[in-house]
Design a protein around this ligand. Structure first.
Ligand SMILES: [Zn+2]
Length: 119
């Protein structure tokens, strides 16, 4: 069975844009490393803020950080999927080196492993 690279490339690129858009909402790109993202502190004007507002901001920051980390992981998976397409080894499980089923790639085009070896 051959994998339709063009089809999955399109899917990955579409998803990459979506993840980037989400990341831009709550974080900012590290200018020194464009695939690294940081959570925005979410503090607009600290000079006017009282202690409660600051505490809320820190809470928001913690939440943003968790979301950024999740999205960033996703982003790296997508990028690695696109890399694999470029190098012609897309759709291969990184544990057993067998082909990942098209069905699984359809559901998650950034999958690194086959169904047996998914974390
Ligand atoms: Zn496997």
């Amino acid at each position: 069975m051959t994998i339709d690279y063009e089809h999955f490339k399109g899917k990955l690129e579409k998803e990459k844009k979506l993840v980037e858009k989400e990341l831009e909402k709550i974080g900012k790109r590290n200018p020194d490393n464009l695939s690294d993202w940081e959570a925005s502190p979410n503090i607009k004007d600290t000079s006017q803020a009282d202690e409660n507002t600051l505490a809320d901001s820190m809470e928001d920051y913690g939440e943003n950080l968790a979301i950024v980390n999740t999205l960033e992981g996703r982003y790296q998976d997508i990028k690695s999927g696109l890399d694999k397409i470029k190098h012609g080894n897309y759709g291969i499980c990184q544990v057993c080196k067998k082909e990942i089923s098209a069905e699984r790639l359809e559901a998650n085009p950034a999958a690194r492993t086959c169904r047996t070896h998914m974390e």
